[in-house]
Ligand binder design. Sequence first.
Ligand SMILES: [Zn+2]
Length: 112
Amino acid sequence: MKRKVSKNPIKKKREEKRIDKLKKAGRIVKGVEIPERALAANPDKQNCGAEYAVKLSYQDIQYICAGCGKEGVWSAEQQKKYFETQKGNIYNKPKWCYECRHKRIQDKHEEK
Ligand SMILES: [Zn+2]
């Protein structure tokens, strides 16, 4: 009986093609494949002091608002904008829903 060839050249080629396609689509960030449901990040644009903290991809984050207890979702698109365009703190996590955050800002203004 013949031994199975462990490194199938057709499969290998197919895998290379797949990786190539992912690279062209921007789905490989710093050599890491981005999960299908995640949004690819651009680590070079992030405001990050330490290399290990960079985000390679974003996924929707579910959270409970610390103010009203409402469930919220911080979408991958919002995170990308926050970290890469607004240069937000890389360690920040969602805590307040939009209404509560807005109210807090208003309250702070009124105190002054
Ligand atoms: Zn809230």
